[in-house]
Design a protein around this ligand. Structure first.
Ligand code: PLP
Length: 439
């Protein structure tokens, strides 16, 4: 049987759900990455490293809540915290003890955050950080990097791998897209005097698919922005609480002006935050002071900012990260997976390699390079050319048929719930998928 025939057989109960979804959702789905051809496998529940679909297949999961579940699905302490708080009020409609304890838990791990504000998604956090930077500097433009992804609001959509429909031309005119090259960024900041901020995905474009030469690149960027008086925003939505308990900045000794965080910070609930220098963040303060321009301050709303269930889940997750060696465990499992995948390429005599740091591994099927398998040095255009969308879809489908779900058919997001046996089953599934794709 072909891979597609096996897929249709294995996930046969999903067909009906896809039919129902198609009449409800634009394009049949609620997030572009959730589509798998010929139809998505509809997931019913999840536990630890596994998720289970409507045919009750056990699937080893490496999507891990799009990177929000560093401890796997349904960690008992987090579920208990959510359950307990849900019974005591899901929105208390006022300043709460929860938000204070939540912010303290965040600041304990990320010392650069002199002040914090909670938001409800990573997209909101980058939107707010950019608004703060414009208000603080009195300047309009932002610099982002080619292919770096910071959510889906207008200012970060250009050259992020997303379509541009509906984004105003006026806004596109305020966004400068730079190559990940310090000399080029220096030239841009030297020539244009209207730049408020530089925002960067700390592990490289698309959660490290195209890695930066770190930590040097981020250090150089921090020095450069300081020299030019431009706000340095580290987008730690992916790297925060993953690259180390305090994220990329603590791992590499950096001190950004502003940091954006989401995913792991909220323990699997919807939630996010912006934090950083007090003099910038305090532009949001409302003051009963005739000298203070309340109309000129930076506005932020958000019904669900630090809602108590998110706060409870976030605190439980951050406590575990602070106390349980979660990061080291996930990193070790990830390292084992990376070695297994690279071994599978060699055993099957298939050209390709796996690279990545911490607990995210990227696969390049069809091209090899001389990189150290931590930080790949292949030009991103070459990576794209060897892994076009059709190929990532084919790999994801082959892996699903063999019981494993990859993030976007390109990557593995590993958690501390993946143990040695699960990793070794994954490597075997990958080896089988390489064989299946060749046949
Ligand atoms: N920034 C980065 C680096 C991301 O990877 C993402 C999402 O994947 C976002 C921002 C946007 O976060 P959200 O999907 O919560 O809006």
């Amino acid at each position: 049987a072909t891979i597609e025939e096996r897929y249709r057989e294995m996930f046969s109960n999903s067909v009906e759900w896809y039919e129902r979804g198609r009449s409800l959702f634009a394009g049949g789905i609620t997030h572009q990455t959730r589509f798998t051809s010929p139809f998505p496998a509809y997931i019913d529940h999840a536990d630890g490293p596994y998720k289970y679909d409507v045919d009750d297949n056990q699937i080893i999961d490496y999507v891990m809540g799009n990177g929000s579940l560093l401890m796997g699905h349904s960690k008992p302490e987090i579920i208990e915290a959510v359950r307990e708080q849900a019974g005591r009020g899901t929105h208390v409609g006022g300043a709460s003890t929860h938000e204070v304890r939540y912010a303290e838990a965040v600041k304990r791990l990320v010392p650069s955050l002199e002040r914090v504000r909670f938001t409800a998604s990573g997209t909101e956090s980058t939107y707010l950080a950019l608004r703060l930077a414009r208000a603080y500097t009195g300047k309009t433009k932002i610099v982002k990097f080619h292919e770096h992804f910071h959510g889906w609001h207008d200012y970060v959509t250009p050259e992020s791998g997303q379509a541009l429909g509906g984004v105003p031309q006026e806004i596109l005119g305020t966004v400068i897209v730079a190559p990940a090259d310090i000399a080029a960024v220096d030239a841009i900041l030297s020539q244009d005097n209207d730049i408020a901020a530089v925002i960067v995905e700390c592990n490289g474009a698309h959660y490290g698919t195209f890695p930066l030469q770190n930590p040097q690149f981020l250090q150089d960027l921090q020095d450069l922005t300081k020299r030019h008086g431009v706000i340095f925003i580290m987008d730690e939505v992916i790297t925060g609480f993953r690259l180390s308990p305090g994220g990329a900045q603590v791992r590499w000794g950096l001190e950004p002006d502003l940091t954006t965080m989401a995913k792991i910070i909220a323990g699997g609930q919807p939630g996010s935050a912006v934090g950083g220098r007090a003099d910038i963040m305090e532009l949001m303060a409302f003051r009963e002071d005739p000298e203070w321009d309340n109309m000129g301050r930076v506005a932020q709303g958000g019904t669900y900012n630090a809602q108590p269930v998110t706060a409870a889940a976030g605190i439980a997750a951050l406590d575990a990260i602070a106390n349980e060696g979660i990061n080291a465990r996930a990193d070790a499992m990830s390292q084992r997976l990376k070695e297994g995948l690279n071994e599978a390429f060699i055993q099957n005599e298939v050209t390709g390699h796996a690279h990545g740091i911490s607990s995210i591994i990227h696969v390049n099927l069809g091209a090899d390079c001389s990189c150290d398998r931590d930080i790949c040095n292949m030009p991103y255009q070459q990576i794209y050319d060897t892994m076009p969308a059709a190929k990532t879809r084919a790999l994801r489908r082959a892996m699903l048929v063999n019981g494993v779900d990859m993030m976007g058919g390109r990557a593995f997001i590993v958690s501390s719930a993946h143990d040695e046996a699960v990793i070794d089953r994954t490597t075997a599934a990958f080896s089988q998928s390489l064989k299946d794709l060749r046949d």
